[in-house]
Design a protein around this ligand. Sequence first.
Ligand code: PLP
Length: 262
Amino acid sequence: MNRPPLCLTVAGSDSGGGAGIQADLKTMLALGVHGMSVLTAVTAQNSLGVHGVWELPAEAVRAQYRAVVDDIGVQAVKTGMLSSAVLVETVAELLAGTAAPVVVDPVGVSKHGDALLAASALDAVRGELLPRATVATPNLDEVTQLTGVVVESEDDMRRAADAVLGYGPRWALIKGGHLTAHGDEAVDLVTDGAEEHWLRAPRYDNRHTHGTGCTLASAVAAGLAQGLEVPAAVKAAKEYVTGAIAAGFALGAGIGPVDHAW
Ligand code: PLP
């Protein structure tokens, strides 16, 4: 039997297909793992932004997770939009029972500025979800929201990583893509506090980057499901997302998605 590695995303739906669960499953397919999903919230969304959010009951999240894990099993889990403190707590509790590596993308606000996580959920992210993470993948805005560290330089990225590691994930991947100090490079840092790996990729002048964060975190999870160590999984994921950003395309009247068929 030739079955692919098993990878689960716990995230929100993007009706426009660019981010969220749709980006996660496309990434997993492209990278050769079997993608499964636990839906946390439904968004009415397009290239112009998020027009509505309907959260699922904790019971529905729990039932989806149990259905997948109890029968099929998982080799890596990725979490994305969790919407509320109740769902963050529910997911953290479920993850406490898994031996699989967990990638936590602490999704806060969309590129359009739409809130995907209630402010009242931040404490639960810090205290209950991050300690369960094998890798946490905040962007610079999420770093500031979670730790108060404002990042304007590579030294700041190091301080940010230390602050994130203080909440208990084994590794922190700080995504410096929004750091203007780097001009034509997108620089990320992945560290466990002992090892430090800097990842540099060309910055593409392409505004169609919807779904970048979801794609990167899912690609890391896919690599971990395939048995890669964290630094190797992150390096491969960065290559995948860089290609997907370069191929991002216009859709609707706003910001188009990254492309998974590049
Ligand atoms: N919608 C959902 C359901 C998401 O999970 C995310 C990001 O994680 C977004 C939208 C935002 O995507 P972006 O910031 O790339 O536009």
